[in-house]
Design a protein around this ligand. Structure first.
Ligand code: MLT
Length: 378
């Protein structure tokens, strides 16, 4: 029986995918698996029973990936599962800003008939203040061409926009003019949208220097993470008019109430459909790892896919091994386990995970200081 703890509300559609071999626990210290959305796990202590964390979403900046890997805890995310939801909100944010919708709504909310004019007359007289621009024919710059960035590029192209893009790991993307230089791409874009993970390499990457490469009056959309932006530099750019508006899904103390800033309360992935998709995918990943030994969509261990298990497998978490497959094969041979196939998944943070298929089920006992854990799957 595996115990699963939830650190956030997780869609029941996903939880329904857990079989009778799983039990939900309120006690995180006894959990073998954790399902999480944006709960902050950075300072959490992890018990020796914890084997996996699955983030129902894309961003993993709330999880200590390195510390988890060092304890042999595999962290998964659900790339693409909420991409459509984010795409739709980005387009909504773009249209809201371009057409001055939030300001127009605020104005309309305060209207009341007076002695001279009824509300309809006031609307026709005052509405020109809120006239905006269309997105048709404008150039959209997509920074980050993963699942979300690509979907946005495709949808915005269908709405008549020209799409330019930049991603350090992508050289080609259908319908997108991909640049190898971020600043050259930014110089082409009327609207820029960010779709990158928040990590040490991307922290505050949108700074005064990068903003200076953008077109004057650019609209900047950030549905990724606030950490990507140097907010002091951005506020200065909003004040000078270099950036016309900033639409961001991550309100914080620094940005709330600032002129030119439109904030939504982290709603990008908050659609019923995306919550179901992410929870289903997160549960599938945990089950695949626990039951078959496969690692698919991990952010701290390399992919290892041996397919569905038909017989017995042994899963080992190991450390300090130069050639994990060879060393584990030796250990399994000494333990008289009949291995037919053996694969390894290296973590960039040190430990490795090794999965071996056996021709017949047997118990495996290994006592070696380099072996952190052994699981027999049968
Ligand atoms: C994501 O990173 O995919 C979203 O922030 C997910 C969420 O809202 O939980």
């Amino acid at each position: 029986m595996y115990k699963i703890a939830k650190l956030n509300k997780i869609s029941p559609v996903g939880l329904a995918r857990l079989t009778d071999d799983y039990q939900i626990t309120e006690n995180v210290d006894e959990a073998n698996g954790i399902l999480v959305r944006s709960a902050d796990m950075l300072s959490m202590e992890f018990s020796d029973d914890l084997m996996a964390v699955a983030r129902a979403g894309a961003g993993v900046n709330n999880i200590p990936l390195e510390r988890c890997a060092q304890k042999g805890i595999v962290v998964f995310n659900t790339p693409g599962a909420n991409a459509n939801a984010v795409k739709e909100l980005v387009i909504c944010g773009m249209l809201m800003a371009m057409r001055n919708v939030p300001a127009g709504i605020e104005w309309a909310k305060g209207l009341a008939p007076n002695d001279e004019m009824d509300v309809a007359k006031q609307v026709e007289k005052g509405k020109s203040k809120y006239a905006g621009h269309e997105i048709y024919g404008k150039t959209l710059g997509v920074v980050g061409l993963g699942a979300i960035g690509r979907k946005i590029a495709e949808a915005c192209s269908a709405l008549g926009m020209d799409i330019v893009g930049y991603d350090p790991f992508v050289t080609e993307c259908e319908g997108v003019k991909v640049y190898t230089d971020l600043k050259e791409m930014l110089a082409e874009a009327d609207i820029v949208t960010l779709h990158l993970p928040a990590n040490d390499a991307t922290k505050k990457m949108i700074n005064a220097d990068v903003i200076s490469a953008m077109k004057d009056g650019v609209l900047l959309l950030n549905f990724s993470r606030d950490k990507l932006v140097n907010e002091d530099d951005l506020l200065a750019a909003l004040e000078s008019g270099k950036v016309s508006q900033y639409v961001c899904d991550f309100p914080n103390d620094h940005m709330v109430g600032k002129p030119g800033v439109i904030l939504t309360p982290h709603l990008g992935a908050s659609s019923a459909e995306a919550e179901d998709n992410c929870a289903e995918m997160a549960v599938k990943e945990i089950r695949d790892y626990f039951e078959d030994g496969n690692i698919i969509n991990s952010v701290n261990f390399a992919k290892l896919d041996m397919g569905q298990r038909t017989g017995c497998r042994v899963a080992l978490m190991v450390k300090d091994m130069e050639n994990p497959v060879a060393e584990v094969m030796d250990l399994l041979s000494a333990a008289k386990a009949p291995v037919t196939k053996c694969m390894a998944s290296q973590s960039k943070f040190g430990p490795a995970y090794v999965l071996a298929e056996l021709s017949e089920a047997c118990d495996v006992e290994i006592n070696d200081p380099k072996v952190m854990s052994v699981r027999v799957l049968k």
